[in-house]
Structures are given as structure tokens and as C-alpha cells.
Design a protein around this ligand. Structure first.
Ligand code: CP
Length: 308
């Protein structure tokens, strides 16, 4: 059985196939009756040990609209709060006869670890600072719909890169689709060792948002993840916005057709101004909508035709 743990699991042809199916699922999303029978009899468990609004609800809708039985389990409401280990929790759920586990966990590598324990397909819905592959797929899908193709398009990804699994999945996915990517962060939020990594993955790095914005074909702002900063947040929120926020002034530098993306949740007024988040060129709610279509596509390709 196949899993989706990382963008590394996908070739360009796989991504193209997922996008083609997602476009069909997008049409289903906008029908009056959204149900397809494709996954009738399949069971999908959403196992979320970290909070989520978009990813969890879109996976649940995706499963339901494909007629799978879906169940949500969260860390707070489960027996992990009584001290049950991840392995015991996962093996207990797997013993019930599930077909897919959609998993979010604060530990990088948790989804890979779980995939080695269970027979069910494992989908990584975010593991620590490692990867969030379905987010990258929905981001690239949204940008492809806006820009036609990502080949040679300049995508600027700016924000708290140190703590961002979205950035790590996105640079891989965008590179596979031919985009030129520049990542921007203050020195304190630029991951250590990024120089070596950027050379191997083919993306550029910068500490100067104002230098790169004028050539951007698309902009992706990332959330400052204060909850992962035990040592405090430096620069200060005010300095961050002045240096790295998509402010009203920076919005004017962008062409009117340059999509503005943010995976959410947003810190309005910190990394993105309301004028930018709510601008006509904002793609943020399109990303959310695409999230359901992409997750329907992923569930379909992993589970349809598999014996349960
Ligand atoms: N983008 C994203 O993963 O959002 P949630 O944390 O709300 O799922």
C-alpha cells in the first residue's frame, strides 16, 4: 500500500495526475449533490495530535464526499491524554480495520514512523517542522490555476521559515513543477544549513523582501509560529512587520494579477496586512477550496481500487 509522507514520494507525473483528478473533484465540490461513491466501504481516520481547522475539516469533507466513513480523533480527546503512547494509540486504531490514517503530529518523522507500524495508507497532514505535502499540493494547484503554468514563474515565499513545514514541502513541489523560488526571512528565522539545501533543491534565499517582490509572479506569506518559539520571538513583532510583512505599501509593488497566498491561519497585522489578505488578487480562500479537491484526489488515488 502506498503512503503520502513527503513530496519526495511524488514524481512530476504523479503531481499532474493528482491535479487532473483534483480539477474533476473541484467540479464535484460545486455540484448541488457532492457525493461520489468512489470510496464506499473505505474507512479514513483523521488522527490529529496538533490543532487544525483547514486540514482536518477538508480531509473529513473529502472523505465524506467520496462516501468513505471518516472519524476524527484528536490528542486532547483521546487516551493519549492519559499517557498512552503513540504506538499503542495507532495500533489500537489500526486494529479496528481502517484503510487510511491521516496524521498530524508535532514530531518531525512521526508519519513515517507510523507508516512502518500499520498496513493502512498513511497521509502526512503535517509532522513537526518536516513536511505538509497536501498543503504544498493545494498551493501549487491554486497557483497553476491562476498562472496557467508554473514553468519559470518566480514564486516568493516569505516568513518564519525555521518552523515551517509548508515551506519545506513547497520548495520541493514548486521545483518539480519548474518554478523559480526565492525564500525570504530575517536571519533569526532562516533555517540553519539552508545554503547547502537551497543549492541542492535549486531555490534562492534572501533577507530582503523589498528586493525580490518586484519580480514576483506569486507571493506566499507564512505564519510566524510563536507557539514553536520557546526562546521568544526576535525581531519584535513591529520590526518583523516593517522588514518582512506584506504591508499596504508592499502590496502596491505587486502587479494586480500577482496571487497572494497564505496557508493559514494568518496573523493579520503581523506577516500580512488586512489590505493584502482581502485584496482582489488574494488567493487565500481559493487555497482553502482547493484543499478539499486536492485531498479528495489524494484519498481517491491512494484508496480507490484497494481491497479493504
Ligand atoms: N494550513 C494549515 O495546515 O491549516 P490548519 O492548521 O488550520 O490545518
Amino acid at each position: 500500500k502506498r503512503h503520502l509522507l513527503s513530496i519526495d514520494d511524488l514524481g512530476v507525473d504523479d503531481i499532474t495526475t493528482l491535479f487532473t483528478t483534483a480539477a474533476e473533484m473541484h467540479d464535484v465540490q460545486h455540484r448541488e449533490v457532492k457525493k461520489l461513491p468512489a470510496l464506499r466501504g473505505r474507512t479514513v481516520i483523521n488522527l490529529f495530535f496538533e490543532d487544525s481547522t483547514r486540514t482536518r475539516s477538508s480531509f473529513e469533507l473529502a472523505g465524506k464526499w467520496l462516501s468513505a466513513d471518516t472519524i476524527n480523533i484528536t490528542g486532547k480527546g483521546s487516551s493519549t491524554s492519559k499517557g498512552e503512547s503513540l504506538r499503542d494509540t495507532v495500533m489500537t486504531i489500526a486494529s479496528m480495520g481502517v484503510d487510511a490514517l491521516v496524521m498530524r503530529h508535532s514530531a518531525s518523522g512521526a508519519a513515517l514512523q507510523v507508516s512502518q507500524w500499520v498496513d493502512a495508507a498513511v497521509i502526512n497532514a503535517g509532522d513537526g517542522t518536516h513536511e505538509h505535502p497536501t498543503q504544498a499540493l493545494l498551493d501549487a494547484y491554486t497557483l497553476t490555476r491562476r498562472l496557467g503554468t508554473l514553468e519559470d514563474k518566480h514564486v516568493v515565499i516569505a516568513g518564519d521559515l525555521t518552523h515551517s513545514r509548508v515551506f519545506r514541502s513547497n520548495v520541493k513541489c514548486l521545483a518539480k513543477l519548474g518554478a523559480r523560488v526565492t525564500v525570504v526571512a530575517p536571519p533569526t528565522l532562516m533555517p540553519s544549513g539552508v545554503g547547502t539545501w537551497s543549492a541542492s533543491q535549486g531555490f534562492a534565499t534572501s533577507y530582503d523582501l523589498d528586493e525580490v517582490l518586484p519580480t514576483a509572479d506569486a507571493v506566499m506569506m507564512l505564519r510566524v509560529q510563536k507557539e514553536r518559539m520557546s526562546g521568544g520571538f526576535f525581531p519584535s513583532p513591529r520590526e518583523y512587520t516593517v522588514g518582512y510583512g506584506l504591508t499596504r505599501d508592499r502590496l502596491r509593488v505587486l502587479g494586480p494579477d500577482v496571487p497572494i497566498c497564505h496557508p493559514g491561519p494568518m496573523n493579520r497585522g503581523l506577516e500580512i496586512a488586512a489590505d493584502a489578505a482581502d485584496a482582489a488578487q488574494s488567493a487565500i480562500l481559493e487555497q482553502v477550496s482547493a484543499g478539499v479537491a486536492i485531498r479528495m484526489s489524494v484519498l481517491y488515488h491512494l484508496l480507490a481500487g484497494e481491497a479493504s
